[in-house]
Ligand binder design. Structure first.
Ligand SMILES: Cc1ncc(COP(=O)(O)O)c(C=O)c1O
Length: 422
């Protein structure tokens, strides 16, 4: 006989069924992919007479639809957000040996894109409420070598763009929005991604709009769009006069092209985005209501004027209220059948890549960037002590699934003394 009600200590689990899998692939996605196969043109980037370096018809249609959705002039499709970020740093002309300011609480490529372009990331702390770049810390981190900043709309919440843009303007920094986790989010009446010089999205399979793998760069600047197109496609320009492939290398480029399959999926998924985001918002609101009254757990903060699209649902844990460390709470929640993560990605500067400066980009760097524990205390506190990340707060999960999460949390609260002791 178990001696405890807590599943962590052998008691019955709150939930035994797994949460519904993501993504949902519907009949429209299947039809769109089959049409590509039936037509037999899977890329068409490799130019033959009459076609050019801008990609196949679905890629161009997806780019147009994505640009129109954002009300911007250009969208350039990529095989990932990582490659789009790399292209963005190149297109914004950040010189080698210079600095790009980035938060450390993000996915690796927000920072590695600087290294890929020969520049060096400088990590700037985040705000404790939204996990996004702190404009005051940004101001303090600007140096004579700073050339660009990459705010991240982390977990689907917009970064404080007005304040960030103000710092950027005063210090002549170019701005790349990393909107990988926030397609459709709104900031003071404007869509995120339309506020900086350019923005980047990810369509990797876990994202709100997904194509398996894929990415997009959007901008109103024709020159940025053109350089991004070149970086994506081996740096080879098709000469307008010949409409034939001439293998003429304009700049250093890469094989960053999207396929027609992904574009076909993207067109369908873009049509679903508003409903998907609304479903995430409803589930998040339901869970937040169901958790009301549990002390020591702050639900996601949504700043006035911001629309959060909940790529992930976050809780901020207060160890003093619970009497047990966060990691034990998360383990106990997992044992109850609710998957959650203690924190997100480890503060990026703690990786050997930075600590040991394992990139050629450092060769030409003469600045004084530091990569060591303590440089971004808010991020460290969130990551190591307070942040809890749930990715199951998304369709096709429903309100009953959210109720199970809340039931498990209430159970842990009821048995918190046992949790504190174990
Ligand atoms: C904030 C952020 N930036 C960039 C990326 C990179 O996206 P991709 O996997 O499409 O290269 C991700 C993906 O997880 C992300 O979350």
């Amino acid at each position: 006989m178990p001696t405890s009600e807590l599943a962590l200590l052998g008691g019955p689990k709150t939930r035994t069924a797994p949460f519904p899998p993501y993504p949902v692939i519907g009949a429209e996605e299947r039809r769109a992919v089959m049409e590509v196969l039936d037509e037999g043109r899977l890329s068409t980037f490799i130019a033959s007479p009459g076609e050019h370096f801008l990609g196949g018809k679905r890629i161009r249609a997806f780019e147009r639809a994505f640009a129109d959705y954002h009300g911007v002039r250009f969208a350039v499709a990529f095989n990932s957000a990582t490659s789009a970020l790399h292209a963005a740093v190149v297109a914004l002309d950040v010189p080698a040996g210079h600095e790009v300011l980035v938060p450390p609480y993000t996915f690796t490529s927000t920072a590695t894109c600087a290294l890929m372009a020969g520049a060096v990331p400088v990590f700037v702390d985040v705000e404790p409420e939204t996990f996004c770049l702190d404009p005051k810390a940004l101001e303090a981190a600007v140096s004579p070598l700073s050339r660009a900043v990459i705010p991240v709309h982390l977990f689907g919440h917009p970064a404080p763009m007005d304040e960030i843009l103000d710092v950027a303007r005063r210090h002549s920094l170019r701005v790349i929005e990393d909107a990988a986790q926030a397609p459709g989010a709104m900031y003071r009446g404007r869509r995120v991604g339309t506020l900086g010089d350019c923005a980047v999205y990810s369509f990797q399979e876990s994202k709100n709009l997904m194509t398996g793998e894929g990415g997009m760069l959007i901008t109103n600047d024709p020159q940025v769009a053109e350089v991004a197109q070149l970086v994506r496609n081996h740096g080879e320009m098709i000469e307008a006069s010949s409409a034939r492939r001439t293998y003429r290398s304009e700049i250093l480029g890469y094989g960053y092209r999207m396929t027609e399959f992904e574009a076909a999926l993207g067109l369908v998924q873009l049509g679903r985005l508003a409903a998907q985001n609304a479903a995430r918002q409803r589930l998040a609101a339901h869970l937040t209501r169901a958790l009301a009254g549990v002390p020591g757990l702050r639900p996601p903060v949504v700043r006035p004027g911001c629309e959060h699209v909940f790529y992930a649902y976050t809780l901020t844990y207060d160890e003093a209220a619970w009497g047990a460390p966060r990691d034990r709470f998360v383990a106990a929640l997992g044992a109850e059948g609710v998957p959650a993560a203690p924190g997100y990605v480890k503060p990026l500067y703690l990786n050997p890549l930075y600590a040991d400066r394992r990139s050629l980009a450092f060769g030409s760097y003469r600045g004084s960037v530091r990569y060591e524990r303590g440089i971004c205390p808010v991020t460290e506190d969130l990551h190591f002590q307070k942040a809890i990340v749930l990715v199951v707060v998304r369709p096709p999960a429903g309100e009953r699934d959210m109720d199970d999460i809340a039931t498990a949390v209430h159970k842990l609260w009821t048995h918190r003394e046992e949790l504190a002791r174990c």
